[in-house]
Design a protein around this ligand. Sequence first.
Ligand SMILES: Cc1cc2nc3c(=O)[nH]c(=O)nc-3n(C[C@H](O)[C@H](O)[C@H](O)COP(=O)(O)O)c2cc1C
Length: 366
Amino acid sequence: MTAAPPPSLPVDLDGFERSAATSLDPATYRYLANGSGANVTRDANRSAWDRWMLHPHVLRDVSHVSTATTVLGAPVDLPVLVAPTAMQRMAWIDGELAMARAGAAARTVLVTSMAASYSVEDVAAAAPEGTRWAQMYLLRDAGRTRRLAERAREAGYAAIVLTVDGAAVPYGRRRLADGLQLPRPFSFPNMLLPGEPVDTPLTDLVDDFDPGVTAADVERLAEWSGLPVVVKGVLRGDDAARAVDHGAAGIVVSNHGGRTHDGCVATAIALPGVVDAVAGRAEVYVDGGIRAGIDVARALALGARAVLVGRPTLWGLAVDGTPGVVAVLTALREELVRVMAFCGASAPDALTRDLVDAAGNPEPPA
Ligand SMILES: Cc1cc2nc3c(=O)[nH]c(=O)nc-3n(C[C@H](O)[C@H](O)[C@H](O)COP(=O)(O)O)c2cc1C
């Protein structure tokens, strides 16, 4: 993208959230918005990005600024990917189909949840030109996971995202929001085997999450699918290194938007340790609390190849379907362009580690 006059509107993803909060019923909004426990981790994810203060370069030619990059070799127009979020029909009538069209229109990667309300095949057909990755959990019934990995490959998905922060789910889930009503009929076509009732409740399916998942499963999934495997839900360098030792092509530093267990480290704090441990052997991505272009710039400067955004894409979807999500992604890209120009960075690769430092923060978090 060529530098253009500054857009007149500020990035305000909070405005999308406020609009979504009024258009969704209160229980649905709470389900989408909340983390687990007292929301300590969800909120820390957001505030921790502010720890990283910019040390911008000047006297660098920023007549042209491009946010284009690649992820696992696929070109994207911006280093912001659509995070997998379950049951998008709760936010919009044709949920994942509308989200897929938005990902393709914005020319970025769409990550489809295993717990999507539409099948991987239907999502692919909705935007065949888009780049898609399929997110999945390892289930105790490994045949179910294997079948989905094969279906994803057949439907043209370019990678498998193995979410590994669900291992504790069988030990007790967080409660769904009080009064939450799922649209009917509601099914989870990616989690079912042929012949199973389409209305099998999600709670039965997630009880099958495998608490025995280990780094060796990365190899199993790669073998089943023939696709690169990205491991999502990593917060420590040693775990990331182990996943890469077992063939992970990418790592997503993530605490599931603070939804799995409250009290986890914020992803902005965990990211540098993971980047150091991976040491360029795989791509590192990060999600959690990214709400503005400056957060994207901070993440890239800390070594992320790209970021994922979860709730903001749901707010865009709830407000206006495909155009709403495109507006959210466009707002992030436009602010990223401004921040890059301010930092003297004409391309994502020029967002380097020296551009951010916690020491300049007037009140660094403990
Ligand atoms: C409503 C909701 C549903 C989610 N469902 C999934 C899921 O099915 N699989 C998964 O790996 N992550 C899931 N996530 C986590 C997101 O992929 C992502 O890690 C998180 O939302 C990032 O934080 P953010 O919402 O602050 O951007 C979900 C998040 C939300 C908010």
